[in-house]
Design a protein around this ligand. Structure first.
Ligand code: F0G
Length: 451
């Protein structure tokens, strides 16, 4: 970890500390808030540490042709903007990032928008956006000589952490809420050799237990309270700007759970603007599930200045979080950019997920909140037809195959949730059929489902 180029600044009271002085739970000793990584050299207009935008754009593009593993990573390709390591040679990478930006033509047409894209973070090595943050923070753990790393998780963080720990030869401890994470994610933690504990509590309860553990034992905490996670997770912002040739889209829509991803993307765009890589920031809107919507409530009650935890319920288990750690940072990203924070129902999530699937872009339910949210914003006139919108799809569809199968079998939503949406849902459902093993029967099945 390189303490010469970066420092940590408390988001609450502004206290600055060196990276090596962070407490095991990454909370500020003065006020208990979270830290953010800061690069003092960037604030000097012409200092030797201030990156040169033109040179960087050229360098980053050149690296796309390189065969070096560091250059092939979509995180470390941008390493000049995350100088947190002692040596970049230490980076533990699975060639994360460089995820595709897909155009969504049919959905755009249905919504009356010209330019709609999906940045598919589910196309990362372990199938979620968490890999971009994990390569950064796990490398810091390795540089600091930790033998154990740990996280509390709704599934994806644990999958990513377990994989990167295994690559680095570190042991990993995973705390997950029993029965409340998707099987695909649980299987990954096992496959990558993590010590996996299913606790009889929810995600927020797992966080509490783990905080006590890291305060007691020398174990490196890899939840997103760890500010180095966000340094990796800000890099998709660079990829998006690069894909638009260093203009930025008008609007970025992100799912909200523990609220680190929206915070990190906001930081990425803010830093690019401060360094002169882009001239403005996109609006950043955060979408939560209706049953796990503490930030939405916070905006309704206090304009995002205070947050009351809720007991979270949603089938989008990735974002089943009632007491999000990074809510202040996310609130700033929304406020700084003129974005919105809203929630969507279980039915809206299920329909949006099936619509994305029908465009050939499978994602997990939490990711589909973005499209469900966009539909609402569009209906409320908050997104104009001429705007360029990017949905951030955070996880791969195979993470939670049960959800998809239940939807198509018609067993996902209850009667109350389906009421009023029957036609829409029926048009999207594609259940597997039991068909006799003859060409005639298969052809009849095909004809029966045409249209
Ligand atoms: N989408 C997916 C697929 C996720 O796994 C998560 C969070 C989010 C969205 C929300 O992102 O927390 O940064 O607001 N998953 C965490 C985990 C909490 O443990 O895997 P966030």
């Amino acid at each position: 970890m390189n303490d010469n180029l970066h420092q940590l600044r408390c988001f609450g009271c502004g206290e600055r500390i060196s990276g090596s002085d962070a407490r095991p739970d990454f909370r500020c000793a003065q006020c208990g808030d979270l830290f953010e990584v800061e690069y003092p050299g960037w604030s000097q207009r012409k200092g030797p540490d201030r990156p040169n935008p033109g040179a960087l754009k050229w360098l980053w593009r050149e690296r796309r042709c390189s065969s070096e593993s560091l250059d092939q990573s979509g995180v470390w390709r941008f390493r000049e903007l995350l100088p947190i390591l002692d040596s970049f040679g230490n980076a533990v990478t699975l060639r994360e990032g460089n995820t595709p930006l897909y155009r969504l033509t049919r959905t755009a047409k249905a919504l009356g928008i010209d330019q709609l894209f999906a940045k598919h973070q589910g196309m990362n090595p372990t199938g979620s956006f968490k890999d971009t943050g994990m390569t950064a923070a796990l490398t810091v753990a390795k540089e600091r000589g930790f033998e154990w790393v740990a996280c509390a998780s709704t599934g994806n963080t644990s999958a990513a952490m377990a994989a990167y720990a295994a690559r680095a030869g570190l042991r990993s401890l995973v705390l997950i809420p029993e029965g409340k994470i998707a099987w695909g994610k649980l299987s990954q933690a096992m496959d990558y050799g993590a010590v996996t504990c299913q606790l009889k509590t929810d995600f927020d309860g797992c966080v509490k237990v783990l905080t006590e553990i890291v305060n007691r034992e020398r174990i490196y905490l890899l939840n997103s309270v760890n500010p180095y996670r966000l340094e990796g997770q800000k890099t998709p912002a660079f990829e998006i700007a690069e894909a638009f040739d260093w203009t930025v889209p008008d609007h970025l829509i992100v799912p909200g759970g523990n609220l680190a991803n929206s915070s990190a993307l906001g930081k990425g765009f803010r830093e690019m603007r401060e360094l002169g890589l882009v001239s403005r920031m996109p609006r950043i809107s955060v979408i939560q599930a209706e049953g796990a919507n503490p930030l939405v409530r916070s905006f309704a009650k206090s304009q995002g200045t205070a947050l009351e935890p809720v007991e979270a319920h949603t089938r989008a288990t990735a974002i089943r979080i009632g007491n999000p750690a990074s809510w202040r940072k996310a609130a700033r990203a929304i406020q700084d950019t003129g974005g919105w924070c809203l929630d969507v129902t279980e039915t809206e999530i299920a329909i949006a997920k099936a619509e994305l699937g029908a465009e050939g872009l499978g994602c997990e339910p939490a990711s589909a909140t973005t499209l469900a949210g966009l539909k609402k914003l569009r209906a409320e006139g908050k997104v104009g037809s001429g705007e360029t919108v990017v949905l951030v799809l955070t996880g791969h569809t195979l993470k939670d195959a049960d959800y998809t199968i239940d939807f198509h079998r018609g067993t996902l939503l209850n009667e109350q949730e389906t009421a009023g949406h029957e036609t829409e849902i029926e048009a999207l459902r594609r259940n597997a059929m039991a068909v006799e093993a003859t060409p005639a029967a298969v052809l009849a099945a095909m004809k029966g489902s045409a249209g």
